[in-house]
Design a protein around this ligand. Structure first.
Ligand code: ADP
Length: 497
């Protein structure tokens, strides 16, 4: 039974034998075949039937084959037309091909010749259909991709945090509305523009450029940048470089989060600590003094055990008093309320006095302190001498504390080409493992190992030092090797501040 949906072959020829012959040969191959005895009938059948190949005689009464061909090409461009040409009518064949015939077959032809021509045409149809299927598939994929892209864009645009993406040249590739709100100088889009022309904060621009060109040292922790917006709004920028397949730097993705609430919380916490410390200081000092008096007044009267207990109590109150002193110092520095009376200071003289002051501590551990000065006189620094004493007092005392007996501490001063003054405090002590190096500047961070277990401290010395150095627009860094020693370097701008 003939399949109604199957595509069919239409044979148009005024010669009945040819029509019937073709129909017979092609039906045997399983094709549905319909026939027409002239061009007009053929064109009418095409209107009703789903035909894929037309085999048409060129020479026919009425509408001739070339005319049928050109109408079929106009009305049904996807139908393949094969022309049947008369014996030695090459010109006709050429004309037919020019008009758009797919192929031609010359009369008289054998069944095999007909089969070959039809097979070629069917193969062509198959290929065209496959190509069409592929095109549709590609369009579907592109549509999926577009949906995915717009979904990701929607997610990024609605994120509560800012997202900024730049390329290696420092141009903005993507800036979601939140980051636009935090950073952009104007409401116009920043995409395609240099970050400098779009973002006001120069420090942030430098940070983004460093991230996008992989200039920042890779470390365990992400480098960050903090910026302050008007109305005391604090934004934390965390950037990561975008790496290509070969690991090359291609740009940066920067996430911006509003940390104002955390800052407020931090400030309240500091204020609370400062208040409690302040309240504790006087009574503790009184207890300390009274203990000292009891110990002094009762020397000889009490047994050794009581003396020992009182002595320990006095030591502990002393530790508490120094902890409170450190807490108050750090609160003041953090709140920016530490008053610094700046004067011109010759650093070498100030440090020499500190060394004289701590000399007895070093002597008790059989340590030597070297003090190295350049030949030329150093330029003065304009800073608060009390803050400078705190900085270098802490660093030199640490060097003594964290160096075993018989070690060496060297303090070296020199002026750099820029005019800044560099102070290096080097010891031959226990050293610090790499994983602790960044953390020792955090509040209350102390390294607890076999070397340091019995050394007293609050973990506040280095944070105080760092805050003070930074308040003078200076820098502090540390290099250290476990069991070999540490070197702390402070750079202070000379003649400024
Ligand atoms: P503290 O000395 O009161 O513990 P600091 O903030 O001054 O607090 O130092 C933090 C930690 O850094 C110390 O506990 C110590 O482990 C380490 N540290 C500081 N200076 C040195 C040094 N010169 N050599 C080795 N370790 C040090």
């Amino acid at each position: 039974m003939e399949n109604k949906d199957a595509k069919k072959i239409l044979v148009i020829d005024d010669e009945r034998d040819i029509r019937d012959g073709c129909a017979r040969i092609l039906s045997r191959l399983g094709h549905g075949v319909i026939t027409a005895r002239d061009g007009q009938i053929g064109l009418e059948k095409l209107e009703r039937e789903d035909v894929c190949i037309v085999i048409c005689d060129i020479k026919m009464p009425g509408i001739d084959g070339i005319e049928v061909l050109s109408r079929v090409k106009d009305l049904y461009p996807s139908i393949i037309v094969i022309m049947i040409t008369g014996f030695s009518t090459v010109e006709n064949a050429i004309e037919a091909m020019k008009t758009g015939a797919y192929d031609f077959i010359s009369k008289p032809f054998t069944p095999d010749q007909l089969r070959i021509v039809v097979k070629r045409a069917l193969d062509n149809i198959l290929l065209t259909e496959e190509a069409e299927e592929l095109r549709l598939e590609r369009e579907r994929n592109l549509a999926d991709l577009q949906t995915e892209q717009s979904r990701i864009r929607t997610i990024i645009e609605t994120l509560p945090n800012g997202v900024l993406v730049t390329n290696m040249a420092g141009q903005v590739v993507l800036m979601n509305p939140v980051s636009q709100d935090y950073l952009a100088k104007s409401h116009s889009s920043c995409v395609g523009r240099n970050i400098e022309s779009c973002i006001e904060d120069q420090g942030l621009c430098d940070y983004i450029r460093e991230v996008s060109t992989c200039t920042l040292e890779p470390g365990e922790e992400m480098h960050t940048y903090e910026l302050v917006l008007p109305e005391q709004r604090y934004i934390l920028a965390r950037g990561k470089p975008v790496l290509g397949e070969d690991g090359q730097c291609m740009g940066a993705v920067v996430e911006l989060s509003d940390i104002t609430a955390l800052k407020v919380f931090d400030r309240l916490k500091s204020e609370f600590v400062a208040k409690v410390s302040h309240e504790l200081r006087s009574p503790l000092s009184i207890i300390h003094e009274q203990l000292a008096m009891v110990i002094k007044g009762s020397q000889g009267d009490q047994d050794d055990k009581s003396q020992y207990i009182l002595g320990r109590a006095k030591e502990k109150t002393q530790s508490l008093i120094s902890l409170i002193g450190d807490l108050l110092d750090i609160s003041k520095i953090e709140a920016g309320s530490a008053e610094q009376e700046t004067v011109s200071v010759q650093l070498e003289e100030l440090i020499e006095k500190i060394i004289e002051f701590v000399h007895s501590q070093a002597q008790a551990k059989d340590q030597s302190i070297e003090f190295n000065l350049p030949q030329e006189k150093l330029p003065p620094v304009i800073a608060d001498p009390i803050a400078l004493e705190s900085i270098f007092g802490n660093l030199i005392t640490n060097a003594i504390k964290y160096t075993p007996d018989k070690g060496t501490i060297s303090v070296t001063l020199d002026a750099r080409d820029s005019g800044d003054i560099r102070v290096r405090i080097k010891d031959t002590g226990f050293g610090i493992e790499k994983r602790h190096l960044d953390k020792i500047f955090e509040k209350f961070y102390r390294i607890k190992d076999d070397n340091t277990r019995f050394i007293n401290g609050t973990g506040l010395g280095l944070p105080i030092v760092k805050s003070l150095v930074e308040s003078m627009a200076g820098q502090i860094s540390v290099e250290s090797e476990p069991q070999k020693g540490s070197e702390f370097t402070v750079i202070l701008p000379a003649g400024r501040h």
